[in-house]
Design a protein around this ligand. Structure first.
Ligand code: GLA
Length: 747
């Protein structure tokens, strides 16, 4: 892993044997992009990678009299608008009232072992300096009196570069930023499929693919959250790339609020990628001496298809993003009372659920919404973070003790960022809600949003939450956020500062997370936003798991979890078994299929154990035991997607241990096939060709190469006349196979 610097030619080459990222200082002093992709051997000079050509006459905008140099035709690192580049820029900055086209020209560089943290923002990190190296490039616009630092980090043994940008106002006049992206990247052509994840509440992160075309295409959020609708993830997949082969570039924004991921394909087919805070509505005042730091952009290169890209994200997030104290810890199997009781519970009911769940081997009881204020439905009490004595007359600490005496840990739901108009907090502080007094405020789920851009409000919520954590010895917090932000104004910001609101808001959210997670590192946080409305890398930095979706239907979860796995590791996805008919779809699927789907995540239950039959209880005991046995494999293993729920009736995926001695394969078939194919097998991936594996459920022994070429045979499906031999049938079938290497065995 190293950074080659050619001082003479002013070229920079970041490489680690997997990838290369190369750029240089162009003749006008701005940064030109040369190459990003599979590792190249280092050579003295890469300047031939910058092709200078005269732009066509009609748009002939030539720099400084050199007919072969135009910003219109060169690929750049961090472009500006205003001279000869007519594409969208990375930065728009002005000195108020003064006409000037920004020109950030190269000043110096700095190489740092390791990776500096980003002030107030989540970002990937390294524990040991030798795991990454960082290059900072300092550029300057003399007229503005501004220094721009572009930061590039390359990780050891990972096909990953992270980028961010930071501007410092060193001048005497205030500056205003209208746009500042974390990264801009000019890929040389447009021969890619644009892959991204889109959806809405209850069907988050469906995989979408479309061909890049001339013009601008983008995904984004301007909702004040990364959103259910578009995830801050996009991939550029070569036309010949598949799930497991070929070139794919993946991008993620480590941020939980408004974002833009845009590709502008120009008239020469150059694809300009921009990733950063959405410029729409963004306007940041930068006073003298102040800096503005962009969120981080993660860039992954894969030569092993989409799945290779996913594994690179998974490895990065497991090793360098989630809080280190959770990296190697088994997460508890939990039971959440939401779908069991909704708002209708009392202490006895909760303790009974906990003790009944404890007998099933479940380890953590989570009390969801409805324990505070006077919250008997969703029309009141958000912000009133004190126990509802009408429901829990002995208080929370006593409930916590009783839960713990059943052998369970105790966890609690909060929605820290919200305020109900019908709450004591609102009656006392109506101006704490986002929006302007006297102007309409739109309700979402009957609630308003607390103005987290204000320090005193964040401090207030911190005191409430910290007090409850201390009093109850909480082991877990589900941090929810059930509406997007409208009328995005703060009463404390002047009218010319309101463009700072969204970013200041999320900085407040991060500050609260930072304070709570550093003071209470043993508390496991699960982020949530009406299900998966804020499932993003920014949140993972604080909360190592996220509630993937409110939709717990096993069939729907195949798509949701499959899509989520494009960017996020299995162990970050909260996935629970719930009752049937399912509360979101009214579909009834077998209990085993619900568990077989939920195993591939952080496992739990979302049902009333007191209403289970004896048979169901026995089945659940086995499920919990099964998950406990394999959760380490699920946490640390390599994940392979085998069949896509977006392409057919079947889904399959598997996770293989790093040493390839064991694997867990999940296979799911939504509708039965009448008299279908006689021989049905799934071809596995990622095993060791020469190892002998036992398929534990059948006792069969096979070499890895056979399992990967012939495949793993599926049990015979019922076809109307084969009742004697059929091992499966009906709709919503599934199987999870455990494969284990039998050492020194020859077959
Ligand atoms: C959101 C969450 C649910 C549940 C409810 C409680 O919808 O996603 O899991 O916590 O809020 O109101």
């Amino acid at each position: 892993m190293q950074i080659h610097i050619n001082e003479d030619k002013q070229q920079f080459h970041l490489t680690n044997g997997h990838i290369s990222y190369i750029f240089h200082v162009m003749k006008n002093g701005q940064l030109g992009h040369l190459y990003y992709g599979k590792a190249l051997r280092h050579r003295e000079d890469f300047s031939h990678l910058q092709v200078y050509d005269v732009p066509t006459a009609a748009s002939c905008h030539i720099y400084a009299g050199d007919p072969a140099f135009s910003l219109e035709t060169v690929r750049q690192e961090y472009p500006v608008y205003g001279n000869s580049d007519f594409r969208e820029p990375a930065i728009v900055v002005e000195r108020l009232g003064v006409s000037h086209i920004p020109q950030f020209t190269y000043e110096s560089y700095r190489v740092l072992e390791g990776k500096p943290s980003l002030d107030g923002l989540p970002a990937t990190y390294v524990d040991r300096a030798e795991d990454a190296v960082t290059l900072q490039i300092m550029l300057r616009d003399e007229f503005l009196g501004a220094q721009l630092t572009l930061q590039y980090t390359i990780f050891r043994d990972k096909p990953v570069i992270t980028r961010n940008a930071c501007i410092l106002n060193e001048g005497t006049q205030p500056l205003v930023l209208d746009r500042m992206m974390g990264a801009s990247l000019d890929l040389p052509d447009k021969d890619f499929m644009f892959v991204h994840l889109a959806g809405t509440w209850s069907r988050e992160r469906y995989v979408k693919e479309r061909k890049l075309e001339t013009g601008i295409q983008s995904i984004s959020s301007i909702r004040g959250a990364s959103s259910h609708h578009h995830n801050p993830f996009m991939a550029m997949k070569r036309f010949d790339a598949t799930e497991h082969t070929g070139e794919v570039y993946g991008f993620q924004h480590v941020y939980s609020s408004n974002f833009l991921m845009q590709v502008e394909v120009d008239h020469y087919d150059v694809a300009r990628l921009s990733v950063g805070i959405h410029p729409f509505g963004f306007r940041w005042n930068l006073k003298n001496g102040e800096t503005f730091q962009t969120p981080e952009v993660v860039m992954v290169y894969s030569s092993a298809g989409l799945n290779g890209m996913s594994q690179a994200f998974h490895n990065l997030y497991r090793d360098h993003l989630i809080p280190s104290q959770w990296r190697k810890v088994e997460r508890p199997v939990l039971i959440n009372n939401w779908e069991a009781t909704y708002f209708n519970f009392d202490e006895d009911k909760l303790v009974n659920i906990a003790s009944s769940a404890s007998e099933l081997g479940i380890e953590l009881f989570v009390l969801d919404d409805g324990w505070f204020g006077k919250r008997n439905d969703d029309t009141s009490s958000l912000g009133d973070w004190f126990v509802d004595y009408a429901k829990l007359p002995n208080g929370l600490a006593s409930l916590a003790e009783k839960i713990k005496s059943t052998g369970m840990k105790f966890g609690l739901w909060f929605e820290p960022e919200m305020i109900s108009p019908n709450s004591e907090l609102y009656r006392e502080h109506p101006d704490w809600a986002v929006g302007l007094q006297g102007q309409p405020q739109t309700l979402g789920r009957n609630q308003l949003v607390l103005d987290f851009s204000r320090q005193e409000i964040v401090d207030y919520v911190y005191e409430k939450m910290a007090g409850i954590i201390r009093a109850t010895g909480l082991a877990y917090i589900k941090w929810d956020m059930n509406r997007n932000i409208t009328e995005a104004f703060s009463t404390k910001l002047a009218s010319n500062e309101q463009g700072e609101f969204f970013h200041r808001y999320i900085l407040g959210v991060y500050a609260l997370y930072e304070k709570l997670t550093s003071e209470f590192p043993h508390v496991l946080f699960e982020s949530c936003a009406g299900g998966g409305g804020r499932f993003d890398p920014g949140m993972l930095y604080y909360a190592p798991q996220a509630w993937t979706s409110d939709d717990t239907d096993a069939v729907e979860r195949l798509k949701i979890q499959y899509g989520t796995s494009l960017a996020y590791p299995l162990y970050s996805m909260g996935s629970h078994v719930s009752a049937v008919p399912n509360h979101q779809t009214l579909r009834s699927t077998p209990l085993q299929t619900r568990a077989n789907t939920a195993y591939f995540g952080t496992f739990g239950y979302e049902l009333d154990p007191l209403s289970l039959s004896d048979e169901e209880r026995e089945a659940i005991k086995i499920q919990v035991e099964f998950y406990k046995q394999y959760r380490e494999l699920i946490r640390d293993g390599d994940f392979y997607r085998l069949r896509s729920p977006f392409e057919g009736n079947e889904t399959a995926w598997m996770v293989v241990s790093r040493d390839k001695t064991e694997a867990l394969v999940g296979w799911y078939k939504v509708l039965a096939t009448p008299n279908g194919a006689k021989q049905q097998a799934i071809r596995l991936i990622g095993l060791d060709e020469s190892m002998v594996y036992e398929v534990v459920s059948s006792g069969g022994h096979y070499y890895g190469d056979e399992l990967m070429t012939v495949g793993l045979q599926l049990p015979t499906e019922f076809n109307g006349v084969n009742a004697q031999v059929a091992k499966r049938g009906g709709d919503f079938q599934s199987e999870v196979f455990y494969l284990k290497n039998i050492a020194n065995k020859k077959i």
